[in-house]
Design a protein around this ligand. Sequence first.
Ligand code: F6R
Length: 261
Amino acid sequence: MEVIVTPTPESAASAAAQAVLSGLPAGAGPVLGLATGSSPLGLYAELAAAAAAGRVDFSAAKGFALDEYVGLPAGHVQSYREVLIREVCEVIGLPMAGLNVPDGSGATQAELEAGAAAYDAAIAAAGGVDVQILGIGANGHVGFNEPGSSLSSRTRLKRLTARTRLDNARFFEHDGDVPTHCITQGLGTVLEARRLVLIATGAAKAAAVAAAVEGPLTASCPGSILQWHADAVVVLDEAAASGLANREYYDDAARGLALAP
Ligand code: F6R
């Protein structure tokens, strides 16, 4: 795992974009795993700038969302499909036809579970995710894999924790409007992406980041799965890095593997 600490949220966005770009295969048609939320917004802006400068082309790219709420009406502005259209497709130029989002519209548990299984199959049919962009919840969740999620879980129906519903209430008119359930890529699904790039900024994420990066690999902190992945990059600003014990080594390691001191 590579841990990159940069001074500000802006420099973190730029470093995270670099980690995404360097993980994409040459040629058209990269497959991106897409997180919603506040954390990756600067990163998406950096990807847009790279596309505008001709350094990357997302016009034949595919995107796979990490998760989707269950039960929001089609077209609801806070459904993750709509959020990703606004915050990713229209920003970086990823075609809407290439955007895949778990289907949270099923009326029954069986329908929702069938949609979740189809989603994993769609990721596999696309050849897998090249780079999965991740944020982390204050409780350590990635995607909507709340603490206690199986480390080998697949895309599935989950109930959201009270903490996550409260954290996400800022996007809804009333706290009670936040859906109670979601479909989320599983931790096993996320681990199949060829590269993981997690971005976290702000002091509110410091404890979750420290647990994910330096704590035990445990379902109690889903973000700790990054330790199990062979190509995981964690990009932080100073505030989000403030709980890390091994900071000196991360800064040292960031100087690269050239053998000269
Ligand atoms: C978003 C997602 C979540 C968020 C996490 C952090 O698709 O799956 O895991 O990445 O809740 O959210 P922000 O970035 O808003 O703090």
